[in-house]
Design a protein around this ligand. Sequence first.
Ligand code: HEC
Length: 118
Amino acid sequence: MYVCKMFFVLACTCLTFVFMLQVPVFAEGNLAEGKKVFGIVCSSCHGDSGMPDLPGIPVFAEGERMEKTDDVLKKSIRNGVENPNNPAGQVMPPFGGGDPLTDKQVEDVLSYIRTLKK
Ligand code: HEC
């Protein structure tokens, strides 16, 4: 019986670690700086509060795309996204079409858009 209990505890501990590994570690950028960048470069397409006016733009206010990892989203921000299946034929230019952002600014703006989900 005792061995059985030990095994149960061990199995739970292992499972906890597996779940912890799957939780994405979110960017920890400066939100005020991220908001500034977003307002200057990104909001023209993505909308002031993550609610875009145009079709074919992910709605950050509804958490769209936010299930992706930081690494994937940072790459999209740096390189832009040309998705042949975009429902409105929309393309996201590298850095949203603005001046290249520093790594810190990419981190900041990503942290900010992760807060837009209502
Ligand atoms: C010219 C319009 C436009 C601007 C400006 C723009 N985006 Fe986008 N963005 C898009 C479109 C369109 C998509 C969706 C592309 C697709 O179909 O996957 C997108 C997708 C994204 C995604 C999701 C990428 C993925 O991997 O799914 C992120 C994150 C993002 N944009 C962040 C930003 C940030 C941050 C800025 C400002 C630096 C910005 N965007 C500026 C049009 C724009």
